[in-house]
Ligand binder design. Structure first.
Ligand SMILES: C[S@@+](CC[C@H](N)C(=O)[O-])C[C@H]1O[C@@H](n2cnc3c(N)ncnc32)[C@H](O)[C@@H]1O
Length: 233
């Protein structure tokens, strides 16, 4: 997977892309990340990437020319998706991450800044994605979250494939509670069943906990899950 990030702040990515599983995946060439600064594509002597909005208003907008030029400079693989990070896009979720990890060879992530981007930049994008219903100062954080979620799903990033399947959202439910040693910590004890060695009972307990948790914490997910079960019956 090739990921191109159009960003005014390439330094932002240095540490997150070098750390943990993401860092290892990049070392192993499971994915490559190419950081492209639109400022390098400006033609004026001040290298301006932003300007005032027509019609007035607060803040500055990213100009279209440097972003279009930055995208035009990229090599293009057959299955490529250009994504604009914006609070007005589809909320990011596990299904979108799976689609991106499975069906594309190249992702181009456009990070906005300031008050946002010139509306015409939207025409570059195949889709618009939001990290959630809140506004951040920049698109770099959502881009990083998206990259992390996609690279995590690529074969070879996570050692055991089963651990990908056992996570929240994978089958529409939240994950079950997990414990490690010690068996008793302060006044909290690890449930007896998890120490019983009875794998069938453990599986049953985990499924029950997944259902309980999802019902209590995410009635929206629970509703969806119930509907999907009824359809598959
Ligand atoms: C201050 S925001 C601009 C918000 C814009 N004026 C609006 O209300 O839709 C600046 C940039 O941060 C990024 N951004 C902020 N919040 C985001 C979110 N929830 N999801 C994705 N990108 C976001 C986008 O790239 C956006 O262009």
């Amino acid at each position: 997977m090739k990921i191109d990030v159009i960003t005014l702040f390439p330094d932002f990515f240095t540490s997150p892309l070098a750390s943990g599983l993401l860092g290892k995946a990049l070392e192993k060439n499971i994915a490559t990340v190419n950081l492209v600064n639109p400022r390098d594509f400006t033609l004026d002597k001040h290298h301006r990437v932003d300007d005032e909005p027509y019609g007035g208003g607060v803040g500055m907008l990213l100009k279209p020319e440097p972003i279009f030029a930055a995208v035009a400079s990229l090599s293009c693989l057959p299955k490529r998706e250009i994504i604009l990070l914006t609070p007005q896009g589809s909320p990011l979720n596990q299904t979108i991450l799976q689609d991106l990890a499975t069906n594309y060879q190249q992702l181009v992530l456009i990070c906005g800044h300031y008050e946002g981007v010139d509306e015409r930049i939207r025409y570059l994008a195949d889709r618009e994605i939001s990290l959630g219903d809140f506004v951040l100062t920049c698109g770099e954080i959502p881009a990083l979250a998206l990259m992390n979620g996609v690279i995590r799903l690529l074969p070879g990033t996570v050692g055991k494939v089963e651990s990908l399947k056992a996570e929240s959202f994978e089958d529409g439910l939240l994950d079950y509670p997990q414990y490690t040693r010690p068996p008793i910590f302060q006044e909290w004890e690890v449930p007896e069943i998890l120490r019983s060695g009875n794998h069938q009972k453990i599986e049953e307990w985990r499924r029950c906990e997944q259902i309980k948790r999802t019902q209590q914490r995410r009635p929206d997910l629970w509703e969806k899950w119930l509907n999907s079960q009824q359809k598959s019956d």
